[in-house]
Design a protein around this ligand. Sequence first.
Ligand code: SF4
Ligand code: SF4
Length: 482
Amino acid sequence: MINILVVIGVLGLSTQAFIGLSFFISCIWEKEKRATAVALLQFIGMVVVLAVFIAIALAGTFHTPIGKAVLIIGYAGVIAAAVLLLKRSRPNPRALEGTKGLIIGKVGRHDERKIVFARNRSLRPGSEQFEIFYKVHPEYREYDEKRRAMGGPLGHIGTVDNPNADINNAMIFASLNIPVYLGDPLKICPERHPALKEKLGSKKIQITPMEASKRIKGYAKRLGASLVGIAELNPLWVYSKRGEIFRENWEDWGRQINIDHKYVIMFAEEMDFDLVGTAPHTPTSIESMYNYAKGAFISSQLASFIANLGYSASANHLRHYDGLMVPMAVDAGLGELSRMGYLLTKELGPRVRLSAVTTDLTLIPDKPVDIGAKYFCEVCKKCAVCCPSNSIPDGDPEEINGSMRWKLNDETCFEYWGKVGTDCNRCMMVCPWSHARTFPHRLIVFLITRNKLAGKIFAYMDDLFYGRQPKPKKGPDWASYK
Ligand code: SF4
Ligand code: SF4
């Protein structure tokens, strides 16, 4: 019996050392100096424990009364720890309801004209809309003027990477061209195209909801989406009035947005680990804009596919949003809302960009998920600590517009973008869920998504290995910012 326990012990400690080694290799691959050093020490410690265990076993100590007692107590401790860390915690019922689980009061629809991006991109000093807006909302005027004087958020003269930013900025603006091109109203709502209307008339291809959902998800993934989910569209997350103007369509500004689509197909595209790792430098914005371009590419083709079936569909991407992407993604089961206000996905953490297609084609909605994000965010707070503009709250969730959640201060965040000339992404970079999904990180995600205690432990471990305030990394040579 003791011999069997010793063999199991050797196997268990060897497995632990193997995981330690894989974590060490993962840290080298992640180009994380501090984590590599700590992981090496950890691995050496595990090998020493294994060696000592084998030496004690060979000396026959486990066959003495004291040795037996130590072995049995050790096993009891290991089994208790395994049960504590592996058992599935009670689910968070609010997370399983999606955004409905967060609502505790009256939710007002958002007016897109008030969104900081719309104010920055669409309101032009001297225009009629500019005067109308600040007459109704004088609270934004001084702040917006100050920010405009800095020159806008991307690629302006004050960028953090000057004097070496020009080449990276040229890439950033190259990607931005794609959503502008695909922002053409007939590409956003392809069923409106006269040629298609004439061809299809009132003809609709008959397809079951299950078949349609399967085809759409498969096609979206083939087009480049990393994650795809479907939700019934909650009208609360649709903007009340249009505020973003890109194609001189000023008659749309302030127009009521009414969508009669019942479903939204949400998709997330993975952002490159190395490029995000450079945040807040320009390579991270190359990656953001590339993914906005990709989102426009995927959503336009998906909308066109649905229009070709004879149904109504509308692409939502950087140059046309009908509503708020994050709550729709939560309802579509792509992830949970995080402290930083971004979507936190199990597969990629917050390291994603979101786009969508709304449609009247009947689909099968997915269910919201509980991945333990709320409990993890409660203890972690790393994004709040690292945010250079203190835009992320470090307290408990609060009631914001009828929902219980954390609220990123988008005004101060955007102001910081103006200062550095990039879209920052520092919060995304430091988030423990953003690590590349190497074998040991997959194992950690498996544990933290099923067990609250594991979430707490790994939130602290992340600080130990990667530091409380990780530094920006160098990034690939082709996107050098130094
Ligand atoms: S993008 Fe930067 S400034 Fe904005 S919330 Fe994240 S860390 Fe803060
Ligand atoms: S950094 Fe931590 S607190 Fe912030 S979103 Fe990520 S897990 Fe949550």
